[in-house]
Design a protein. Structure first.
Length: 373
């Protein structure tokens, strides 16, 4: 083996080992086989709508797989066990099927919908939501459909958000070895996300839109917003909050994407952590500059970039979580996920100086540099 081949083999092996550390534990399959009505005192329910570019699965209990398909829609209702028996920030996966709603996340209802049906369901809910708000979640790399749905249910519940939860899920294989496939699937899905956001913008019943993206899902999100700005001259003012959690995006590319959106872009909040092992592996893989989610926001030139673009930054480097890769702190830290909920509910930036999280979070109030439109 040549030195170059040996180096390449070592690189790939290292990436696989590193990403495997964050892989899914053994879980039961077919978690979307609905349990029907469950009645557990203290349990909560999250009723989300789903828009996806995944191909429908051939097994009913999986709903959607990792292959690419035409846009599809669904409605999923998940029961979350009482807070007294669970740790906030965690997903209590079923140990076996059927799930136990007293201690585990349990599917109550999982229905594939037509476009007309999902529009009707959406209208019925958004008119009742405070501020007629919508929260769109875009998951990251190495996420199966059930990973995305259960994680979003946890975030929606633990944050206390009252916005209508809409999951946008793109065709991730849910395999550590499929990084390149997932990246191309992200590109495949950006038009569909833009069309979904355009629908919400045009819908007069919608008051405001917030987006929470994680990891590679940030690429899908930022590209969709960039396209929207190029087509329409700006990102719609109806999109109020964009939260970028651990974004697996090249810093230099992000600067160009932000430039395309112009000065009247929505409020952006960036969650970073300098101990994010998944993003360290991604940087190694790409052989590029820093990934956006692992920068030091106090260092130059990043500090100047962030202030110039008016981006709020929450530094999670000191926050501890059970995630060995330190890549999911935004969802797994009880303090952080509740803070996200406060921003969604009150419209205040996460960097509001009145908010402290036991001195764990270092916040940079970059957005005060310029008034947001």
């Amino acid at each position: 083996m040549t030195p170059h081949a040996a180096w390449a083999s070592s690189l790939v092996s290292g990436l696989v080992v590193l990403f495997c550390l964050s892989g899914c534990a053994s879980r039961p399959e077919n978690v979307f086989l609905a349990a029907g009505n469950v009645d557990v005192p203290g349990a909560s329910r999250v009723d989300m709508l789903v828009a996806t570019t995944r191909r429908p699965a051939t097994i009913a209990g999986e709903m959607f797989g990792g292959d690419r398909g035409e846009p599809g829609f669904a409605n999923i209702e998940i029961s979350i066990p009482p807070d007294k028996v669970r740790k906030i920030g965690d997903v209590q996966w079923p140990k076996k099927m059927p799930a136990d709603p007293a201690t585990e996340f349990t599917t109550i209802r999982a229905t594939v919908l037509s476009k007309e049906q999902v529009i009707g369901a959406f209208h019925a809910r958004v008119v009742k939501a405070p501020g007629r708000g919508v929260l769109v979640f875009v998951h990251g790399y190495n996420n199966r459909f059930d990973d995305a749905a259960f994680r979003f249910a946890q975030i929606a519940h633990d944050s206390g958000s009252q916005a209508v939860p809409v999951l946008f899920t793109w065709p991730s294989r849910g395999k550590t070895s499929a990084y390149a496939y997932d990246r191309e699937s992200a590109n495949y899905s950006r038009d569909a996300l833009e069309k979904l956001l355009d629908y919400f913008i045009r819908d007069q019943s919608v008051g405001e839109i917030s987006i929470l993206a994680h990891s590679m899902g940030n690429w899908v999100t930022i590209e969709a917003l960039r396209q929207m700005a190029i087509r329409n001259g700006r990102v719609s003012a109806k999109i109020k909050n964009i939260m970028l959690a651990s974004p697996d995006v090249d810093v230099d590319v992000f600067r160009m994407q932000m430039a395309a959106m112009g000065p009247n872009h929505p409020r952006f909040t960036l969650f970073v952590s300098d101990d994010d092992k998944a993003l360290a592996a991604s940087r190694w893989f790409w052989g590029s500059t820093d990934r956006l989610g692992s920068i030091n926001p106090d260092a130059e030139p990043y500090n100047s970039y962030l202030h110039k673009d008016g981006i709020d930054v929450v530094n999670l480097s000191k926050v501890k979580s059970d995630d060995r890769m330190n890549h999911g702190k935004f969802a797994q830290s009880p303090e952080v996920v509740r803070l996200i909920g406060r921003q969604l509910a009150g419209g205040q930036p996460i960097t509001d100086q009145s908010v402290t999280l036991a001195d764990q979070i270092v916040a940079i109030p970059a957005a005060v540099i310029r008034p947001l439109q």
